[in-house]
Structure formats: C-alpha cells, structure tokens
Ligand binder design. Structure first.
Ligand code: COI
Length: 399
C-alpha cells in the first residue's frame, strides 16, 4: 500500500506564466552558464555533464521562457546537496511600515549589503527550506509551501522582524520555481531545493531591530543530503555542546541556530559520523534534534519523537510523517524521549526537508562501545524515499 505525501503539495502546473512574465524584469539576461557547486567554480567543460554542456539561457527573457520546458543537461545522478548556480532569484524589500514591496525576479548573484546591517551585526535573519519535485508527467509539485510561510511568520515574530504574508510567500515560491523551471531535476532524480531568506538588511549600530528587511528566495537542484545517500547514517550523541536552551531561539529557523552547531558537527565529521544528535541543555538526557533534522524512535507499534517545546524545530516533514504514521495505525507519542530509549529501540530515523527520511544505522553515546548501537538499530524497513516524494510503503526496500 502506498501513500504519497507529496500529493498534499501544491500543483504548479498551469500557473499563470503570462502573468509571471509580466512581473519579471526584461533585463539583464541570465548569467553565463558557469556553475558553482559547493563553493567551487567549475567551467562547464569540467562538469560531469551528460553529452553536451548546459544549454545557454536565452539572451532575452522571452526566449528564456520558451526554453523552460527543457531540462538542464546536468549529471542528475550525482547531484548531492551543494549549491548549483541557477538562473533567477526572487527579491522583495520591506521598510519601517512593515509592508513588503511587490517582489521581482532578478538574475541569481551576489547582493549588496550594508556592513552595518542587522543580519551581519546581530544575526537578525531567518531561513526556510522547501522542495519542488517534477512528476513523471512533467508537472511540478511543491511540498506544503504554506507551512513554510507560516513557520517563517512565527520565527519573524520571535526575531522582531516583519514577514511576508502567506500569500506573498507562496506566490514568490511559485514565481521562483517557474523562473528556474529548467533546473527542476527529472522525475525521480532529486528535487529543486528552495531557500527563502528573511534578513534585517537595514543599517543599525546600537542593538535594535533593523529599519529595513529583505526577503530573498534562491534555488538549487539537489540530491541526497548525506553522503551515505539512502544508506543508514551514523550519529553521535553530543553531551557537551548544546544547540538550544529553554527560552532561546531553538524553536525557530534563525540563522544563528545553524552557526552554533558547526563546531560539534565538524568534530563529529572528523571522527567519521554523519551528524550530531543533541540532548536537552537542562537535564542532558532527553533527545532534542540532529543538526539538520528531527528524530523519531520506533518501538513496536509506537513511534516517539521529542515534543515541540521551544528548543527544537517544528519540522514540516516531521509533521507530515506524524500524520502519515497515525493514518497507518501507528501510535505516535510527542514527549520527552530519553537517550536511554535508543538502546531499546527497534528503529530510528530522521526527518527534514533536506534529509527527507533518513534511516539511522548507528548511534554512539559517550564513546562507550556498548552504547554504540551498530546493528542494534535497524534501518527502517517500512519507510523509504521514493523518486519524487516521501513514500510510505509496506514493502521492504531490499525486497
Ligand atoms: C532543511 O532541511 O531545509 C534545512 O534547513 C536544514 C539545513 C541544515 C540544510
């Protein structure tokens, strides 16, 4: 039996392209077809392109749009999760009145930022992550964009920032996907990751909310987040560094939450682990989340996950998986989950927009070998990633 979560997404096919063209700038043309992957600049000839180089984007917007039904000729089977330079990004600004301008689509590239901006000096910034998938019939699906819009609004309130309305957010997402349509991977070969950013771009010196805000959406085609691909990942439980504290900003997607996990993540990666699993900062014994995703523990028919209480991110994939699990007859418990419960778990998996659903193969705690659950936690057999969605299936991935 199969349940396609993405069917709850918004269908982009048939969106008003003529209307979109009207709102797009007529110049300048898109950047030349050099492609950046993971901060390195590759010339087209050095990219693992299939057959021929990337098709040059047309010199005029109109010809660009006549080309969008074609898909860029990239090596879609080896995408990974790095930045690939695409054609356009969306940008809108908001002044002291709290209203965002009608956004515009501009060629993807660097932005000018005041050195005294709120985001650079005081970290007043939020981001979101969502994906667009190409279906076998060529139409494009977005996965629950309204949820990202709402989460950005909640985060903006916490960070004293104005935020675009849900309608403006979703409209901006659709415009950005359509403008970069040729970068949406072929069905089953990954997805187009969208990164909406909201930042205090106005100048401040004393500590205060910025007087101006910028909302940007850029995109990149992506494959698997972890280098393990679809194979189970190996986590290490962190008991020295903490990701969030009660009363802090761990429950919103502010940029600082991600800078603060880099040290633990670096150390973990140097030791060969895929990522870090954080514990709560007060008792140092309850599971919080992984640097980039939420965590679930399965024991029998019960699926448990840390409750949303301000220190972990309310993941949209997390919410979707809870809905699917309940609809399939699992008991779902959102509660305090002790690290000890990992020892006894049947299966553990992580969820997130970037990681989708990742099985956990081992968890190491306090370096004790008897707490290294290599083989003790089986990769979830009931969950697997499908070609263009998150699938829930009764079949085992290995048959
Ligand atoms: C996402 O899953 O969209 C995230 O924002 C996680 C990020 C570390 C890639």
């Amino acid at each position: 039996m199969e349940y396609i979560v993405a069917s709850q997404g918004a269908l982009l096919a048939g969106a008003p392209l003529a209307d979109l063209r009207r709102r797009l700038p007529l110049s300048p043309p898109p950047p030349p077809p050099s492609i950046r992957i993971q901060n390195r600049l590759y010339s087209i000839s050095s990219l693992p392109l299939k057959d021929r180089p990337v098709r040059r984007c047309g010199a005029s917007l109109a010809s660009n749009y006549t080309q969008t039904s074609e898909i860029v000729d990239l090596d879609w089977d080896n995408l990974g999760f790095g930045i690939v330079q695409t054609d356009y990004m969306y940008i809108a600004k908001c002044g002291t009145d709290g209203n965002f301008s009608e956004g515009e689509m501009v060629p993807f590239g660097p932005i000018a930022l005041n050195p005294s901006s709120g985001v650079l000096n005081y970290g007043q910034g939020l981001f979101e992550g969502l994906k667009a998938y190409r279906k076998p019939d060529g139409s494009i699906l977005l996965f629950r964009p309204e949820e990202n819009a709402l989460r950005m609004r909640t985060g903006a309130e916490r960070m004293c920032m104005p935020a675009p309305s849900v309608e403006q957010f979703v409209d901006a997402v659709k415009q950005t996907v359509l403008a970069n349509k040729r970068w949406v991977p072929p069905s089953g070969k990954g997805s187009l990751y969208l990164r909406p950013l909201l930042m205090g771009s106005g100048a401040v010196l004393g500590l205060a909310p910025a007087p101006e805000y910028t909302f940007i959406i850029f995109v990149s085609p992506v494959g698997n987040y972890f280098k393990e691909g679809l194979a189970p990942i190996n986590l290490i439980v962190e008991d020295k560094f903490h990701r969030a504290t009660p009363g802090g900003t761990g429950g919103v997607k502010t940029i600082g939450n991600y800078a603060s996990v880099l040290m633990a993540q670096k150390i973990a990666k140097e030791k060969g682990y895929s990522d870090v699993l954080y514990l709560d900062a007060v008792h140092k014994k309850y599971l919080e989340e992984v640097s980039s995703c939420n965590i679930f523990v399965i024991k029998g028919n019960v699926i448990s996950t840390p409750a949303i209480k301000g220190t972990i991110l309310p993941g949209i994939t997390r919410k979707s998986i809870i809905d699917v699990a309940l609809s399939k007859g699992f008991q779902v418990e959102e509660r305090l989950v002790s690290v000890d419960e990992l020892l006894d778990a049947d299966e553990v998996f992580c969820t997130g927009t970037a990681v989708v659903v990742s099985p956990v193969g081992s968890i190491t705690y306090q370096g004790k070998s008897d707490f290294t659950l290599q083989g003790g936690i089986r990769a979830p057999r009931r969950w697997r990633r499908g070609p263009a969605a998150v699938y829930f299936t009764d079949e085992s991935p290995d048959g």
